[in-house]
Design a protein around this ligand. Structure first.
Ligand SMILES: *[C@@H]1O[C@H](CO)[C@@H](O)[C@H](O)[C@H]1NC(C)=O
Ligand SMILES: *[C@@H]1O[C@H](CO)[C@@H](O)[C@H](O)[C@H]1NC(C)=O
Ligand SMILES: *[C@@H]1O[C@H](CO)[C@@H](O)[C@H](O)[C@H]1NC(C)=O
Length: 492
């Protein structure tokens, strides 16, 4: 079949080689096409050989070839032998992605006349080389200096290095907010936003069709400062902390698709709630309200099958701003940050069934928020300070040691978060841009990565749904912004 059309091919090849590639002499012998006279050939254009569907051999000789277009070899399904200086006489080059994708019959590919740069643009070629059945000449790198002479065929690591990350605005919620919390219930993802200006906990639900977060319910109240979800035995509760009128717990009603009041919290010792932390120790559910007034008392509440009741008073006279629950060497701990002293650590005592004051974090005045996170097996703390330096600490032998200081300009939050194997810190700022830092695994520190502008940021919360990752940034003076974390393929 193939050979039947040979003369047609021959004729067409002459025409097309001349018109498409601009070479002056084309010698075609039966199924063998050789393009000569290199001097004027600088570019192999898209569909340069489109009139030659049966072309089997292609050799291009040129000293001046500068570029090869992405679709230069489109449609050459019968091509078996290819020898191209895809870009010659330039020291470093890359090939257009998927340049060889149509070459189904390729048996031999000679790339020796090409000088490749070892960077992400060569990634597709590496993948292609691994899968092709053709015999390919060694592809040797010409640069950069430290990669000179290495074979592309031997590379394995390019894969992971060729992706980067970014945050783009996905949606904006026209409301100020203080805290954001997320929970999943029956295959749906919800977000609870405490919005003092609208006097509500706004409940949003991810819309799988519209691909955005839609308003679902509003728990209304009075000067709401915190909305924290807890799921106990398949029931969803939202703890609502208010500056006035006491604090309450709402329960999700499946039939009505809304939250109804479930209980009042006993708040005789709470005057100015600032943070809610909910957690489990063994099978028991607890939450703590950190109280930031001088007269108030941070209080631990425990679940008893009918509701939450106040269980232990923690910290008096200290104006606590934040409480963090964490597991330290297999034991439950709380870290409390206060306006008037360094952060203190409580340890859960199994015999007493209470938290016992264990120690403090010295030399860490003015910490407003403490968050913990893990990178691989290591445990870290992120300590937010309003002015001066916020700190990153690592858990070593029985204590936390500072590993990094991050300059803070009016910071109310230093939030750790991670997407797959990428670890980040978001450092809010009341006076300038907020900073996103990215973990550098080689140097074991965070590097500045991106600036985002948010007015008076108060929290950053990761929400993942439909294989997409979002970060909600609350703002005390502007809209609540929802950013999407995206992966950028640098090999494109
Ligand atoms: C090709 O390389 C040679 C030697 O490096 C150089 O003298 C010449 O100018 C180059 N030609 C072009 C077209 O860049
Ligand atoms: C390589 O050859 C095998 C066996 O003939 C075939 O199944 C496979 O599809 C070929 N791979 C490519 C990329 O053509
Ligand atoms: C909740 O309140 C916001 C702001 O007041 C309003 O825009 C939204 O429609 C309300 N949502 C529901 C489900 O009632």
């Amino acid at each position: 079949m193939k050979h039947f059309n040979l003369f047609y091919v021959l004729e067409k090849s002459l025409k097309h080689c001349i018109s498409a590639v601009g070479c002056t002499v084309v010698v075609c012998l039966l199924i063998f096409c050789r393009i000569l006279n290199s001097n004027s050939l600088t570019t192999v254009r898209d569909d340069a050989f489109s009139g030659l569907p049966y072309l089997e051999y292609l050799f291009i000789e040129s000293n001046k070839l500068e570029t090869t277009s992405k679709y230069a070899f489109r449609g050459l399904r019968d091509l078996t032998h290819l020898d191209v200086p895809v870009t010659e006489n330039t020291t470093v080059i890359s090939l257009p992605r998927d340049l060889f994708i149509d070459l189904d019959s390729l048996i031999e590919l000679d790339l020796r006349r090409n000088a490749f740069e070892c960077d992400c643009r060569a990634k597709w070629l590496m993948t292609w080389l691994k899968n092709t059945n053709a015999t390919v000449s060694d592809v040797v790198f010409a640069g950069p200096e430290d990669m000179k002479g290495k074979r592309l065929n031997d590379m394995t690591s390019l894969q992971n290095e060729c992706v980067s990350t970014d945050f783009i605005l996905h949606q904006s919620v026209a409301s100020e907010s203080l805290s954001v919390d997320t929970f999943s219930y029956k295959n749906d993802v919800y977000v609870a936003i405490s919005a003092p200006s609208t006097e509500s906990c706004m409940i949003f639900q991810w819309d799988h069709i519209e691909m955005n977060f839609r308003t679902y319910d509003n728990i209304t109240g009075q000067s709401i400062v915190g909305c924290k979800s807890v799921i106990i035995e398949n029931e969803v509760f939202v703890i609502v902390a208010q500056l006035f009128g006491g604090s309450h717990i709402y329960k999700f009603d499946d039939d009505q698709s809304r939250f109804n009041k479930f209980q009042d919290i006993e708040v005789s010792k709470i005057s100015k709630p600032n943070d809610i932390e909910a957690f489990q120790i063994g099978s028991d559910w607890f939450f703590v309200i950190a109280d930031s007034s001088k007269a108030g008392l941070s209080t631990l509440y425990k679940w008893n099958d009918n509701g939450f009741y106040s269980y232990q008073s923690l910290h008096q006279w200290y104006r606590d701003t934040d409480v963090e629950f964490l597991d330290l060497d297999g034991k439950a701990h709380l870290i409390l940050a206060s306006r008037s002293q360094v952060p203190v650590i409580y340890q859960w005592s199994r015999s007493n069934q209470k938290f016992i004051l264990q120690g403090e974090n010295p030399n860490m005045e003015d910490v407003v928020v403490v968050k913990h996170f893990r990178i691989k097996e290591e445990l870290y703390l992120a300590m937010t300070r309003y002015i001066g330096d916020s700190k990153v600490l690592r858990w070593g032998t029985k204590q936390f040691a500072e590993i990094q200081a991050l300059p803070s300009r009016g910071s109310m939050i230093l939030q750790p978060f991670s997407f797959k194997e990428r670890y980040c810190l978001a450092l809010g700022s009341d006076y300038t841009f907020s900073q996103i830092y990215l973990w550098d695994e080689d140097n074991k520190i965070f590097d500045r990565f991106k600036e985002v502008y948010i007015q008076a940021p108060r929290s950053f919360t990761v929400v993942s749904t439909d294989r997409r990752d979002f970060i909600f940034s609350s703002s005390f003076k502007g809209n609540t912004q929802i950013f999407e974390h995206i992966i950028i393929d640098l090999s494109l």
